[in-house]
Design a protein around this ligand. Structure first.
Ligand SMILES: [Zn+2]
Length: 98
């Protein structure tokens, strides 16, 4: 199972500096949008790490473990199949105890 983790040492500047406009917006260069397949309305997640603000393409993450693999919707929440399996096992054990 993989987890998202912020690893600042992997980040590197790419020589692009943009200014925030009066409404707090910045424009991502077209070349970047094309390179990372970011169409109009593509969801972007804002992550902070110390003094850094990181823009990341949004992916559904498990609300319990943060995994982005095998994530399903359950009651409008994102949960990975691994956590679903653990909850199922936990539920069986609880029912055996009672
Ligand atoms: Zn999970």
């Amino acid at each position: 199972m993989s987890r998202l983790s912020i690893q600042p040492t992997k980040y590197r500047p790419i020589g692009i500096v943009r200014r925030v406009d009066q409404l707090g917006r910045i424009v991502l260069p077209k070349s970047l949008r094309e390179r990372y397949n970011m169409d109009v309305e593509a969801p972007i997640e804002i992550i902070v790490s110390g003094d850094n603000i990181i823009l990341e393409r949004y992916r559904e993450k498990c609300i319990f473990c943060g995994s982005i693999e095998n994530v399903i919707k359950f009651k409008d929440r994102d949960v990975c199949t691994s956590c679903v399996g653990q909850m199922t096992q936990h539920s069986r054990i609880q029912s055996q105890i009672q």
